[in-house]
Design a protein around this ligand. Structure first.
Ligand SMILES: [Ca+2]
Ligand SMILES: [Ca+2]
Length: 362
């Protein structure tokens, strides 16, 4: 029987019509014109390479081939992983640099901020101290590093703080990621909002409390400290602690002498005192806000608000101090306690990406 689609053939097998290419394949019953002219089978390949029946791959050859393929795949994966990590570092550094630029504009604006402090009848240095304390309080509420700062009493009416407070009363944040959420709030609230300078991928809400954070290349919150007097790792701020985080009074005295706080031109909050002497600890060296990513290891490794909250609870000194803000110490009763914010915790800070060392590989 002639299959459908085939051309009729006579008894000798030659076609009665059409060309030879139209001949029907008697085995497959498929018109020849629909089949490729050349058919290369695995049998042909093995035959051409001398790998006929009985001369296939040896086990050794197969193992070598598998090993080479595995090695190449491993190398490709390694290269891909390294490139992806470099991209994360570059992206994080760019975001931190942008935040640094915007934050420093805010920070330095306080150098010329006016506060209505009554100096009538006060000696000049006393009036200068009043002004310094008022400026620090204003910085505290307008550049909060914790929710407690955000709702603290302001020395003057601050529309910016009012906006923060409204947000706080509308939606209470979770205690996690305080400084990261404060940082986002500082740069995106009010008429000077810089929200449009950040891409969506630079913003997240990792704890899902409705308070966004800037996030790094690994998707973790970028944290912030307005004042970190014991910062270990800085190219733009004096360092007064050693690599283990131990406060070094000689370093602090040198820092006060050679890099004094520009917010205090009258040097009314000035001390070179050593332990046991009045006015210990020495102060006030120049402080610059720190903006930091945990880096690839995911460990922040720094004594910050989150660390204090986790290790000491909400009654920690940094979180419950109600007196005038002093970046360098907190006063408990009649004694002064050194403000340790910025001191390293473990070794997790080593790979951090932060604004105090943006110019070097990290
Ligand atoms: Ca959040
Ligand atoms: Ca780290």
């Amino acid at each position: 029987m002639i299959p459908a689609g085939c051309i009729n053939r006579n008894e000798s097998g030659t076609p009665e019509g059409g060309s030879a290419a139209d001949w029907c394949d008697p085995e497959r019953q498929v018109p020849q014109k629909f089949r490729p002219v050349f058919r290369l089978t695995s049998k042909d390949v093995f035959a051409s390479r001398g790998w006929g029946r009985g001369s296939g791959f040896t086990l050794t050859e197969l193992l070598v081939a598998v090993a080479i393929i595995g090695m190449l795949a491993g190398m490709a994966l390694g290269v891909y992983s390294a490139v992806r990590e470099q991209a994360r570092v570059a992206r994080t550094r760019a975001t931190v640099a942008k935040i640094h630029r915007l934050l420093m504009e805010r920070y330095e604006s306080f150098l010329t901020r006016r506060v209505p402090v009554s100096a009538v009848g006060l000696p000049p240095r006393v009036a200068a101290l009043e002004r310094l304390l008022a400026i620090r309080e204003l910085m505290r509420v307008e550049m909060p590093q914790s929710f407690r700062d955000m709702i603290a009493a302001a020395p003057v009416h601050s529309p910016l703080q009012e906006a923060y407070r409204r947000r706080y009363s509308q939606m209470r944040p979770s205690p996690e990621n305080q400084s990261a959420e404060c940082l986002f709030l500082i740069l995106t609230t009010g008429p000077d909002s810089a929200r449009d300078q950040f891409a969506d991928y630079e913003i997240g809400d990792t704890d899902g409390d409705g308070w966004p954070e800037f996030i790094d290349g690994w998707g973790r919150p970028i944290r912030f400290l307005r004042w970190a007097p014991c910062l270990i790792d800085s190219d733009i701020q004096p360092r007064v602690v050693d690599a283990t985080g131990t406060f070094n009074v000689d370093l602090a005295i040198e820092a006060v002498k050679h890099n004094y706080d520009p917010f205090d031109p009258w040097k009314v909050d000035y001390s070179l005192a050593r332990e046991g002497e009045p006015n210990y600890p020495p102060r006030s060296w120049y402080l610059i806000p720190i903006v930091y990513s945990a880096g690839a290891d995911g460990e922040y490794g720094i004594r910050d608000i989150e660390y204090v909250y986790a290790s000491e609870g909400s009654q920690a000194v940094e979180l419950n101090w109600t007196g005038p803000s002093n970046p360098f110490y907190f006063q408990q009763g009649t004694s002064r306690q050194l403000n340790r914010l910025g001191a390293p915790v473990g070794s997790g800070w080593v790979d951090n990406i932060h604004n105090h060392r943006l110019g070097q590989g990290q």
